[in-house]
Ligand binder design. Sequence first.
Ligand code: NAP
Length: 498
Amino acid sequence: MAETLLKAERLKNFINGEWIDVKESTEVINPANGETVVNVPLSGSEDVNTAVKAAKKAQKEWAQVPAPQRAEVLFRVGSIMKERKERLSQLLTMENGKVIEEARGEVQEGIDMAFYMAGEGRRMFGQTTPAELKDKFAMSQRCPVGVVGIITPWNFPIAIATWKSFPAIVSGNAVVWKPATETPIMAFELAKIFEEAGLPKGVVNVVFGKGSAVGDAMVNHDDIRVISFTGSNDTGRSIASKCGEQLKKVSLEMGGKNAVIVMDDADLNLAVEGILWSAFGTSGQRCTACSRVIVHEDVKERLEERLLVEMEKLTIGDGLDESIKVGPIINKAGLEKIKKYIQIGKDEGAKMLAGGYVMDEGEHAKGHYFAPTLFTDATADMRISQEEIFGPVVSLVPVKSFEEAIEVNNGVEFGLSSSIFTGDVNRVFKAQRDLDTGIVYVNAGTTGAEIHLPFGGTKGTGNGHRDSGVQALDVFTEWKAVYVDFSGKLQRAQIDVE
Ligand code: NAP
């Protein structure tokens, strides 16, 4: 089926507008059924060098194209993505496993990003500001950085790529993009769309291959001026230190340990819906997935009961089947990591109320499935309450007050997303002020970001940059301050001020 959709058995790199075959390759496996979807090239540093050379050349001309014209390409990209939404969504489900409804949502996010960033082509605001001296004009403007390197993870193979590549392109940069080896099809499809939309050769280059080979070569390449990375903390930390050595700008979006807070005055039915969607959607493999529920002790038992009833109804299987609510885990290593944390939770003394096992019988035998799992009576300091599990596992942490809930939420190394269910307007405003995360939801789960707002986190989730929103432009542009003196004489700032 994938072959019919893709019309290719093996992907090719997209460098300088050409489709380039690479000798070595590896299989991409559908996590729902263990079948090979396609073969992906395993490129090396030479391929990165070729791509960067092409990007460097293309960027010089691209930067001279007026931004509104650069934006026209993104409008066309968005339109083609819209026409192909269903095909892209099906391929996304095949390579990543997320259920088709969520895959459609992810592709839609990319479409929204295309039109939003195309709009930036006519904004990209700088500032004009009074100069301190007479007959002098002052302004600041955004300038492209040059060649930018984009490294993306498997859990959002198209949305995250659009959060990074579209702002980079509209600001006049050229891109070298390394997608995750596990999910390369969206990159292949998006490269075809760039080509069809008329993006000049070399402005976007896709190099497939392992992080240790292609990613590392990008990070260490002198002509790549910015690295924009999304992935795990271990990888991000190592990339950041290499970039630090080279004084290279680096934007990092990494892990989370996101919590839903349920207060004693919450609408419990709504809270249950929010928890189910954000804990078990994408099988808990979202960076914003809810993996802790901080619950007021007065409603803990009622919440547990309702969660258990609704968890029973979750259907687990191949996400291409519209009736399935929870898809597979990306691979065996992911399953093993989740299994490890189940044991840790048990050893730490948390009480397991549901799930906790690999589903490997019958229709689940060929894929990587894990039963949605609920722990209760976890404490804030347990490892299952502190570390990213990246699976359909949620732990209830009971608390006595609103203040304690905020403290528990903030007591982790990450700061990506948080949510609170309450009907008290005072608590709402205190919570949005005091929750130490880059994203806060009120009366909704921890997932559901919209592309025109900044996406990213505080503390160990990142290094202060943001994807999407107008803030993404900060990663891919340099600020230039421009002073025009039309007095006809030399005026010295700070000195000739009367
Ligand atoms: P990962 O293992 O760190 O991989 C991410 C990307 O980095 C992949 O393309 C990978 O390539 C590449 N890479 C690996 N080693 C590298 C190296 N030494 N140099 C350069 N690149 C290298 O992360 P993942 O398991 O794919 O993604 C899951 C993680 O991403 C979770 O922690 C999740 O929370 C986080 N995430 C964060 C956000 C956010 O916005 N905060 C969003 C989504 C996901 P290969 O795998 O192809 O080798």
